[in-house]
Design a protein around this ligand. Structure first.
Ligand code: PRP
Length: 171
C-alpha cells in the first residue's frame, strides 16, 4: 500500500478547490490522456465547483513497456475546439515527461489560451524532459505503482488505492 483511498480522496478535494479558485473567471477544458487518468478525472471533476468541460486524447508511446521513448502516436484526438480556451491536462502519472511534452507541443499549435498540467502522481526521479507541473497530488518513488487507474499490462486499474507492485526500483 502506497496511498490509501482516504489519502487520495482528501488530496483530490484539495486539488479541486485550488483549481476552482484559480479558474473561477474562465473555466478550463480538462483534457484527459487515456486510459490511466480516467479514475482521477472522474473524482477530480466532482471536486471542482465550476462548469468545466472534459475531453479525451488517446496516445500510444513506443517504448519497452516501462518507459516511453518520446515517439508518440495520436490514436484518438480531442472532439472539442480548444482555440482560445484554457486547457488543464489531467494525468495519472508523469514519468519521463515525453508523453506530455509531445501532447503540449501538439496542443499549442491549436492556440489555446493556456495549457497547464494536473497530475495525481509525479515520479520525478525518472524525468528526462523539464516540465512545469502546476498541480501535483503526490510525489512517488521510482517503483512500479498500480491502482486508481494505473495498470500493469492493463490490469489493476480498478483498485481503489495505489499500491507498489514490486519492491524494486524501475531500471
Ligand atoms: C502513462 C501515463 C502517461 C505516461 C507518462 O500512460 O498515463 O500518459 O505513461 O509517462 P512519461 O512521462 O514517461 O511519458 P501509459 O502509457 O502507461 O498508458 P495508460 O494511461 O493507458 O496506462
Amino acid at each position: 500500500m502506497l496511498l490509501t483511498e482516504d489519502q487520495i480522496r482528501r488530496r483530490v478535494i484539495e486539488l479541486g478547490e485550488r483549481i476552482s479558485n484559480d479558474y473561477a473567471d474562465d473555466p478550463p477544458i480538462l483534457v484527459n490522456v487515456l486510459k490511466g487518468g480516467v479514475v482521477f478525472l472522474a473524482d477530480l471533476i466532482r471536486a471542482i465547483s465550476l462548469p468545466v468541460e472534459i475531453d479525451f486524447m488517446e496516445v500510444s508511446s513506443y517504448g519497452d513497456g516501462t518507459s516511453s521513448t518520446g515517439i508518440v502516436r495520436i490514436l484518438e484526438d480531442l472532439s472539442l475546439n480548444v482555440t482560445g480556451r484554457h486547457i488543464l491536462l489531467v494525468e495519472d502519472i508523469v514519468d519521463t515527461g515525453h508523453t506530455l511534452k509531445y501532447i503540449i507541443d501538439n496542443l499549442e499549435t491549436r492556440h489555446p489560451k493556456s495549457v497547464k498540467i494536473c497530475t495525481l502522481l509525479d515520479r520525478r526521479g525518472r524525468r528526462e524532459i523539464e516540465l512545469a507541473l502546476d498541480y501535483v497530488g503526490f510525489v512517488v518513488p521510482n517503483k512500479f505503482v498500480v491502482g486508481y487507474g494505473l495498470d500493469l499490462a492493463q490490469k489493476y486499474r480498478n483498485l481503489p488505492h495505489i499500491a507498489v507492485l514490486e519492491d524494486e526500483e524501475i531500471p
